[in-house]
Design a protein around this ligand. Structure first.
Ligand SMILES: [Cu+2]
Length: 203
């Protein structure tokens, strides 16, 4: 009798195992009253990031909606090396291509995902990656991600940093001034893509 029960359960699992789709896409935001193009990682209905329970299967299709390649790193998770989402362990996802990830979640915690390609992370191609313990649903979750934002493109900023580095090296003043050559000032500090005057902590 027992064996007869197993088959329908397996079939049901196969039919209902629908992967979560995560789109890497452009996002238009407003920063200090000016509109700005950034990037984000969203599910089909616009939910930002990915939420699951420990020991669930991480069954995710990353769809690249950009005109450039991308690759998304699951920051902090213990996972099979070839699904780590970096150029070191898998090929980039071409423009308008996709990649299917499938592994068992072993960690509980507040993680994040971010692009590992070019300057996309500086363009805010990032999102929460929340893995709850089995009994965590009793608590209200508040997701807060702080983001540094610049109206200048990352390419422009890098050029400026390199120029400054040269200047400081020539003047032998970098150490005396106690400055980190990588320092850059942000035009705004965002919380979940919003400027602080418009709090938007609750997703
Ligand atoms: Cu990372």
């Amino acid at each position: 009798m027992k064996n007869k029960l197993i088959i329908p359960i397996l079939l049901t699992n196969l039919i209902f195992a629908i992967p979560t789709v995560l789109h890497v896409k452009k996002k238009l935001i407003s920063v200090n009253g000016k509109s700005a193009n950034v990037l984000t990682i969203e599910q089909n209905k616009g939910k930002w990031g990915y939420y699951a329970k420990n020991s669930d299967i991480f069954d995710v299709i990353v769809k690249n909606d950009l005109n450039n390649p991308t690759i998304i790193h699951w920051h902090g998770l213990t996972l099979p090396n070839n699904q780590d989402g970096t150029e070191l362990t898998q090929l980039v996802i071409p423009a308008h291509g996709e990649y299917h990830y499938n592994f068992k979640l072993k960690d509980t915690g507040t993680f994040w995902m971010h692009s590992h390609e070019g300057f996309q992370e500086a363009m805010l191609a990032e999102a929460p990656l929340i893995i709850e313990a089995q009994d965590d649903s009793n608590y209200k979750q508040v997701i807060v991600m702080f983001q540094g934002f610049n109206f200048k493109s990352p390419e422009e900023i890098l050029t400026k940093i390199k120029k400054n580095a040269k200047k400081f090296a020539n003047m032998h003043m970098d150490m005396k001034m106690g400055r980190d050559l990588n320092d850059t000032n942000f035009d705004a500090y965002l919380t979940n893509y919003h400027t602080p005057d418009i709090p938007h902590y609750f997703l």
